[in-house]
Design a protein around this ligand. Structure first.
Ligand SMILES: CC(C)(COP(=O)(O)OP(=O)(O)OC[C@H]1O[C@@H](n2cnc3c(N)ncnc32)[C@H](O)[C@@H]1OP(=O)(O)O)[C@@H](O)C(=O)NCCC(=O)NCCS
Length: 149
């Protein structure tokens, strides 16, 4: 049993999301980018996992027709391997299936074995590579796709 709850992200969450961004991503999103994403309720859906009033993980997805694009997924440092990211993905998957989403896609750094193993459990498979996808590190990204049905 997990000790956290999952709810939709709100503007007031941005300072805590920035902490996760800076700690977990080589190219962290800015406050303005995060606010833009959360404010875009038309085709974005951002969720947070909250334990003891602290955000311990978050997931951001975008809907493009019958596709789900995973924009970001991060767990607060010190809370990895507890199932936080898995629970956020499970919740988003159920929501997407209910919306009639058929396919999901994302980009992940070729060296990010941890995230790739997690995504593989949802049926994500590599279909191609985006060369030098990450500006700062010049690292390539794998393009992954999964079927939801
Ligand atoms: C990748 C990332 C999101 C994973 O988050 P997480 O919350 O640690 O993920 P989970 O705990 O759900 O699953 C990760 C591992 O914990 C294991 N696990 C899941 N629930 C568990 C539990 N209750 N107890 C112990 N281990 C558990 C899973 O089996 C999994 O193992 P594996 O990685 O060896 O396959 C996190 O490491 C992160 O923020 N990384 C940096 C940002 C990033 O790379 N994001 C993805 C970019 S595309």
């Amino acid at each position: 049993m997990s000790d956290w709850i999952i709810r939709l992200a709100e503007r007031r969450d941005v300072p805590e999301l920035l902490v996760i961004e800076v700690a977990q991503f080589p190219e962290p999103w800015s406050r303005a980018m995060l606010l833009d994403e959360i404010n875009n309720v038309e085709n974005r859906r951002y969720t947070v996992a909250i334990e003891n009033k602290t955000i311990i993980g978050y997931l951001g997805v975008m809907f493009v027709m019958d596709e789900l694009h995973i924009n970001t997924l991060g767990t607060l440092t010190g809370h990895e391997s507890r199932g936080v990211a898995t629970s956020l993905m499970d919740e988003a998957w159920i929501d997407a299936q209910a919306r009639g989403v058929l396919r999901a896609t994302l980009e992940v750094a070729v060296s990010n074995n941890r995230a790739q193993a997690l995504y593989a459990r949802y049926g994500f498979r590599p279909v191609g590579v985006r060369k030098n996808y990450y500006e700062r590190t010049q690292e390539d990204a794998l393009i992954l796709w999964a079927d939801l049905d």
